[in-house]
Design a protein around this ligand. Structure first.
Ligand SMILES: Cc1cc2nc3c(=O)[nH]c(=O)nc-3n(C[C@H](O)[C@H](O)[C@H](O)COP(=O)(O)OP(=O)(O)OC[C@H]3O[C@@H](n4cnc5c(N)ncnc54)[C@H](O)[C@@H]3O)c2cc1C
Length: 419
């Protein structure tokens, strides 16, 4: 038997390719297609399950393709046309038509109303079942080869699996996920694709520094962080953790700087502006006001800026060489200058990285020059498609990585059914 489509990888990209192919074939009035998903582990959609802290941040409330692509450190150009074809609004409508209601959080992240990733999994599983898509778990693919046209019936690819089966298919989707591990990359390599080396994206910074030592869990709503000696800067919330720093500002930097930071082995310095909405001059004026209005008050006791939590203020005051019992009246010029420096240009040394528990992806993989961006089909093998993290596309945190998987799957499905 020759399958119409074999999908290798039962993750978001693979599952959605299979479903969309079946659905689009139905819409076009085609005969039902023979579609098989092969997943090497015991469970399909494993990452969907754990995604977004178990809630699945399924996409992002950004509906203008021109703005949406700005969230992809790698893949921006390729995704532009793709998002005109299938973007978050289309995914929300698909979910809605499969009985999944979606809500938007204040920062634009979108989750199922149930706050449970199982809701998304159920919708995908039901759709696959409805269209009689065959799903085999614990059935990894070890080897793949492209067949000469007309070599054997109309099959274009032959797969050799861990169960020692040989399977043949007209269309093949490789949705094997991130290529950091050799397993994710090997099938593409077997077909001759040279991969861009994989490095982690979306990680937190390990920083051991007295100023943040006792503050895990503390967050600041809006800071600007620069990586020194690199053209990397991000603004947004920052979270202090047991190991260092996390939060959207740090995660954005980790994504945009994924390659540059890997090159320096994650040893680098950052500069933090804890008060980006205030100029140095405005801060100086505020200090003057404190000096004249509250000269007898202890400086460290109360943060004079509403956006800066008191415990962090205390640490920064201490780091500026100001003792706990120093009052505003006693503040020297040098101390004032040092405090402004701590607030606007605090330097911290990062020494390594940690995995971000809510979302972790790799950049690198199959090169975008090897695929047609309108279809996700390989330029070198007719009927071969790639989607999801196996491609050298990755987004910042916020639902953008799943959206890449949904969109690539949709494009591939359209191309498969139209051919
Ligand atoms: C903890 C965590 C949380 C995340 N949260 C979010 C989030 O909330 N929002 C978001 O947008 N993104 C999130 N991401 C990123 C997102 O999960 C990935 O970008 C997305 O799952 C990629 O989908 P994929 O189908 O390309 O790859 P995967 O989901 O990795 O699926 C690939 C599948 O292929 C299988 N496979 C590999 N090789 C073979 C083979 N030879 N034979 C058979 N099967 C094979 C693998 O076992 C795997 O099941 C998160 C990631 C992690 C790790």
């Amino acid at each position: 038997m020759v399958y119409d489509l074999i999908v290798v990888g039962g993750g978001a990209a693979g599952f959605f390719t299979a479903i969309q192919t079946a659905e689009q074939a139905e819409q076009l009035g085609l005969e039902p297609l023979n579609i098989l998903i092969l997943e090497k582990t015991a469970q399909v959609l494993g990452k969907v399950k754990i995604s977004g802290g178990g809630r699945c941040n399924v996409t992002h409330a950004c509906f203008d393709p021109k703005l949406l692509v700005k969230n992809y450190p790698r893949g921006e150009k390729t995704l532009m046309g793709a998002f005109y074809e299938f973007q978050p609004q289309d995914m929300i409508e698909w979910l809605d038509s499969h009985n999944v209601e979606i809500k938007t959080e204040a920062d634009g992240r979108m989750f199922p109303v149930s706050d449970d990733s199982q809701t998304i999994i159920r919708a995908l599983m039901n759709a696959a079942k409805f269209h009689h898509i065959e799903v085999q778990v614990k059935h990894g693919v070890d080897w793949v080869e492209a067949l000469e046209q007309g070599q054997q019936d109309d099959a274009r690819f032959q797969l050799f699996t861990a169960r020692e089966e040989t399977l043949r298919t007209k269309n093949l989707m490789l949705a094997t996920g991130g290529t950091r591990l050799a397993a994710g990359a090997k099938l593409a390599e077997q077909l001759g694709y040279e991969l861009i080396e994989a490095v982690p994206s979306l990680f937190t910074f390990n920083i051991s520094d007295r100023r943040i030592h006792d503050l895990p869990g503390l967050s600041v709503d809006n800071v600007t962080v620069k990586v020194l000696n690199q053209k990397l800067e991000a603004t947004g919330p920052l979270l202090i953790t047991h190991w260092g720093m996390s939060g959207p500002a740090i995660l954005k930097l980790s994504a945009w700087g994924a390659r540059a930071l890997a090159e320096v082995d994650y040893q680098f310095s950052i500069e933090i502006d804890w008060l980006p909405a205030r100029t140095q001059e405005q801060i100086r004026q505020e200090f003057k006001r404190q000096h004249s209005a509250h000269g007898k008050r202890f400086i460290s006791k109360r943060s004079v800026f509403s956006e800066l939590p008191r415990r962090l203020w205390e640490q920064l005051v201490q780091a500026a060489g100001i003792d706990d019992d120093n009052t505003w009246a006693q503040l020297s010029k040098a101390q004032l200058q040092e405090l402004i420096k701590q607030l606007k240009q605090g330097h911290f040394n990062a020494n390594g990285k940690s995995i971000n528990k809510d979302e972790f992806v790799t950049c690198g993989g199959v090169q975008l020059k090897d695929i047609n961006p309108k279809t996700c089909e390989s330029k070198h093998h007719q009927g071969l498609y790639f989607s999801g993290e196996v491609l050298d596309i990755d987004g910042i945190t916020g639902g953008f990585n799943f959206q890449n998987a949904w969109t690539g799957a949709h494009l591939a499905a359209k191309s498969i059914t139209q051919s």
